[in-house]
Design a binder for this molecule. Structure first.
Ligand code: SF4
Length: 974
């Protein structure tokens, strides 16, 4: 909460009077403000605080407070950098109270940005490989040399029509769409993301319902909150959501949490359920069945917004298409999902499930729910966890209501950029193979197998804040291909810090942390639309002092750059004369013939594409860019409400027609809009009319961006592309269902995060490392007793392709018989070079198909520019379990299904902590087994396309490239 300056001054005067009345000397506080929650924004140019190190002397220090956006997870919370006015160094980061999503609050990882900036082990200069890949020999090179070499390779690939050999693989994207547009400018279909090892299953579940792939729950106003994830602890939009969940709880909301492990979130729940992994959808469907059989759902909402007519017409043509008949069908479809059935599948007491169902039934339209990684990411068929959970919202009518769940794109704002290059004229099968036509994202984690099979090669491979060797399953397969220059010609790692994959790079190019780069962000943290601005704070501070900075490298440490300037410069150098038609997308509009600057790029967006920003900035006598540099965030809209109920205006209904299912197609062109809020499926009708809305009770309304324009209880897409049995919300038995486990096997949950670490990016934050640096195996006391293991004992965890040795942690916080291990830990380095606070030094061994990793040394104290590195007291940095996991692509969504069927036993003589052993022949076998489960487009596509056009796809190729080449158009086996 910010406080009005007059109010603060009044408080200071009152405090002064009180103190002086007692005969004491009054110290008005360094900033002459008494007990302010946050520095008021009027004082951000000159804020005074006492120097903590000078205590007890009262030494005042003056700061400039410069906003930016945290980059330590996807939440994009606001930060305020405290820039010392004397030294122009950042002294600390705190929350930005002007940020509508985070409202001044951060988790521990936000302030720890300071550690990352001052990390003595960070990479400060561009490095080029000097020895063999992975040998650990590097030479420092200039940016010019690196840029010219990489640009020349890309230009050659483009001019030789080898566009598909250029690939950009991203972990955490910066700005929505920035790099996709760069790749589109180059004309390459080279975007590759981490999403299929992260959230694709959840995305699929949501997308098949509402056409958009993320939920936006209005937790703060909910009466009942249902989380299949650990939101309060580490989940999606962690801090912005967590603070709103707690607000709702303070107002009496009930919190239901499904998590096999006792997470911090579960400890705050009114109902914590610890189901057998993979059984979540069975429980949720039993709750849905309770609502259905007892007529506790919103009939009106279901009648108006579900695509029940399409379901009845296609699936039950013998029955008259009436809503009453559909309701009978619905009762019949879900009748078997009883509480008893759910109890049998999940091991959760039927009475507990019934009690939860009753609580859900009381929520009405104030029912917020969320599932993201968690059970969705763990299980084959996990996408039905999200699909069944959102079904509860659609039954209750809690969609885009206060306290309900919104489609994400309605609660985020993506401004139009200065240039929008055309869709690339090609399709890259290395990332979008025809086996997975419905995959939510690129089959990124299968790349090593595809390369090994000879499906193609990559000439220039970029990773950006991504570490596939460590993050992905089957990391040895990545090392195998990264060390083969015939398969990957040149590997460029764009990274702020050392990581396991970067060791195998040809170039390591240092990129800035959250306070050292530009990006625009907007996320669905609540029912509003906002944009946040990430900026290099020392650049903004200097500009506030009147110094113009034209290149972020001038203010960053060493030669650390930012990606937006890097990509613009690289694009320029690929096509310096403009003969390839690429340069124009990186050219200034103001100064023809010059490269576009980031100032002009953002100036254009803030002036032309953000409604209300110009006016708001003018109130303070600022330009829109200056306003964003000063405050870091802007709220575009407060409540977006139920966009699907909006009436389509007359002017959008030119020569329109309405089809059998009420879909309204128009000849009117799409209205120019300042941002992209998807409101209709992109699929046109046979006469080229676009879908503009749906007819509901004689009104033409916006509807949802699905093929039917309604919420799709029945997915015709799934039915038509070979997944008929899964076309309605249903329960799919997971690959770790008991019937799929061999004798003596159990389930390993490897997906959970720790609240104070973030994947592969926070090892360079000493405060976080001190708090969390290891990942023991959670095991229940009954299970531990069975295998004669105590806390601290070494255990061997055997997966399908190898094993790892880890220490046991005996705890009642896990379901008996199931084990769990956090994936954040087990960082390693091969040489002395690297991040020394959280990386063990290891040896990497290979003999035939057998690969192994052995720990040589753990973390240890060392001398550096930071005296704290001499105080490192921990040696254990955990175990890299992901190396021992084979790939498990879900045949529908393409998501890697993380749960592992394992055997857990006492370590053998000779086993040492951190040992890893893997057989790549076995890894290849498992890959082939899962590939067999896929239903390829060649065989199942109903229209000779590679993929339904309406499904989201980052960097969509031009529409004609969705068609399968003529010779592959086989008639569907169905
Ligand atoms: S939740 Fe924490 S790590 Fe994520 S953006 Fe916010 S402060 Fe940063």
């Amino acid at each position: 909460m910010t406080m009005n300056l007059d109010e603060l001054n009044k408080r200071v005067s009152a405090a002064r009077k009180e103190t002086e009345a007692r005969g004491e000397t009054f110290y008005p506080g360094p900033s002459r403000i008494h007990l302010a929650a946050f520095p008021p924004k009027e004082r951000w140019d000159d804020w005074v605080e006492l120097e903590s190190k000078a205590w007890p002397e009262r030494k005042e220090r003056r700061y400039m407070l410069v906003p930016t956006t945290c980059f330590n997870c996807e939440s994009a919370c606001g930060l305020l950098a405290y820039v010392d006015r004397e030294s122009l160094q950042v002294r600390k980061f705190e929350g930005n109270p002007e940020h509508p999503g985070s409202r001044g609050r951060n988790c521990a990882k936000g302030p720890a940005t300071l550690n990352q900036v001052t990390d003595p082990d960070r990479i400060l200069y561009p490095l080029k490989r000097a020895g063999r890949r992975g040998e650990g020999k590097w030479v420092r090179v200039g940016w010019d040399e690196a840029l010219n070499d990489i640009a020349a390779r890309i230009r050659k690939a483009i001019t030789e029509d080898r566009h598909n050999e250029v690939m950009y693989h991203v972990g955490r994207p910066g700005e929505d769409g920035f790099t996709e547009r760069i790749l589109a400018a180059w004309g390459v279909d080279g975007h590759n993301s981490h999403t299929n090892v992260c959230s694709s299953n959840a995305r699929a579940g949501y997308q098949y319902w509402m056409g958009l792939d993320r939920p936006s729950p209005d937790h703060a106003n909910a009466k009942v909150i249902f989380l299949i994830s650990s939101h309060l602890e580490t989940g999606h939009y962690f801090n912005p959501h967590a603070q709103r969940v707690i607000e709702a709880k303070a107002q009496g909301a009930k919190l239901i949490v499904f998590d096999t492990r006792l997470s911090n979130t579960a400890t705050h729940a009114d109902f914590w359920v610890s189901p057998y992994p993979g059984s979540e959808a069975a429980i949720v469907l039993s709750i849905a069945n309770y609502l259905i059989q007892n007529d506790l759902y919103s009939r009106e909402f279901v009648r108006r917004w579900w695509n029940w007519e399409e379901y009845m017409a296609v699936e039950r043509p013998e029955t008259q298409t009436t809503f009453e008949n559909f309701e009978s069908a619905l009762k019949e479809l879900y009748a078997n999902y009883t509480f008893e059935f759910a109890a049998e599948e999940s091991g959760v007491d039927a009475h507990v499930i019934e009690e939860i169902a009753k609580v859900v039934s009381t929520a009405g339209t104030r029912f917020s729910s969320h599932n993201w990684r968690s059970a969705a990411a763990g299980n084959s068929g996990g996408w039905q966890v999200a699909r069944t959970l959102f079904m509860l919202n659609t039954l209750l009518g809690a969609v885009a209501t206060e306290g309900g769940v919104f489609p994400n794109a309605w609660n985020k704002f993506v401004p139009k950029p200065i240039y929008t290059p055309p869709h690339p004229p090609r399709w890259n099968e290395l990332t979008w193979p025809r086996e997975y036509p419905l995959a939510m994202n690129e089959l990124s984690f299968l790349l090593p197998h595809f390369l090994k099979e000879g499906r193609g090669r990559v000439d220039v491979y970029f990773t950006r804040v991504y570490n596939p060797v460590w993050t992905n399953p089957d990391g040895f397969s990545w090392i195998d291909v990264l060390t083969d220059e015939n398969l990957i010609g040149c590997y460029v790692a764009l990274t702020p810090t050392w990581n396991e994959t970067a060791y195998f790079a040809d170039y390591i190019l240092p990129m800035g942390h959250g306070s050292e780069r530009h990006d625009i962000h907007s996320y669905e943290t609540h029912d509003a639309q906002w944009i946040g601005f990430r900026q290099p704070v020392l650049r903004a501070a200097r500009e506030r002092m009147g110094v113009k900075v034209s290149d972020t490298r001038l203010v960053n440490p060493g030669e650390v750059w930012e990606e937006n300037e890097f990509w613009l410069e690289l694009t320029w150098r690929i096509d310096p004369m403009g003969d390839l038609g690429i340069r124009s997308f990186a050219e200034s509009k103001k100064h023809a013939g010059e490269r576009l600057s980031v100032d002009e790029y953002y100036e254009y967006i803030f002036e032309n594409s953000v409604p209300g920003l110009k006016e708001r900035a003018a109130e303070e006598g600022l330009t829109p860019l200056d306003f964003m540099r000063r405050y870091g965030a802007f709220e575009v809209k407060k409540k977006t409400g139920a966009i699907y109920e909006e009436v389509v205006p007359e002017e959008e209904l030119e020569d329109f027609r309405v089809d059998n299912f009420g879909r309204v197609y128009t000849k009117a062109p799409k209205p120019a809009s300042t941002n992209i809020v998807p409101i209709a499926s992109p699929d046109p009708d046979a006469e080229g009319r676009r879908l503009v809305g749906v007819k509901v009770d004689n009104k033409i309304l916006r509807g949802f961006p699905t093929p039917s324009g309604r919420l799709e209880f029945y997915s015709r897409t799934l039915a038509d592309w070979g997944w008929h049995d899964e076309s309605i919300p249903t329960y799919i038995r997971s690959h770790v269902h008991p019937e799929n486990l061999a004798e003596g096997q159990t389930v390993l949950i490897s997906t959970f995060r720790l609240p104070i670490q973030i994947h592969t990016r926070s090892a360079n934050a000493k405060w976080l490392d001190e708090i969390a640096h290891t990942n023991p195996l959670w095991i229940h006391p009954t299970h531990a007793a069975r295998i004669d293991v105590r806390t601290g004992d070494l255990v061997r965890v055997e997966t399908e392709i190898g094993y790892f040795i880890v220490r046991a942690w005996v705890t009642e916080g896990i379901r008996p018989g199931i084990v769990a291990c956090s994936h954040h830990m087990g960082r390693w380095k091969l040489t002395e070079e690297g991040q020394r606070q959280l990386m063990a030094t290891v040896s990497l061994d290979q003999e035939g198909s057998r690969w192994g990793l052995k720990k040589k040394r753990g973390a240890e104290a060392y001398s550096s520019s930071d005296p704290d590195t001499r105080r490192i007291w921990w040696t254990d940095v955990g175990v890299h379990q992901n190396l021992t996991f084979p790939v498990h692509p879900d045949p529908v969504s393409g998501q890697h299904c993380w749960h592992q069927s394992v055997r857990v036993r006492k370590a053998e003589a000779g086993d040492a902590y951190g040992d890893i052993s893997v057989d790549l022949n076995l890894s290849r076998e498992v890959y082939r087994k899962w590939l067999q489960m896929a239903r390829p487009a060649d065989k199942y596509s109903p229209d000779h396309t590679r993929r339904p056009y309406w499904l989201l796809r980052p960097l969509k190729p031009a529409r004609e490239f969705f068609r399968l080449p003529e010779e592959q158009q086989l008639v569907s086996a169905d």
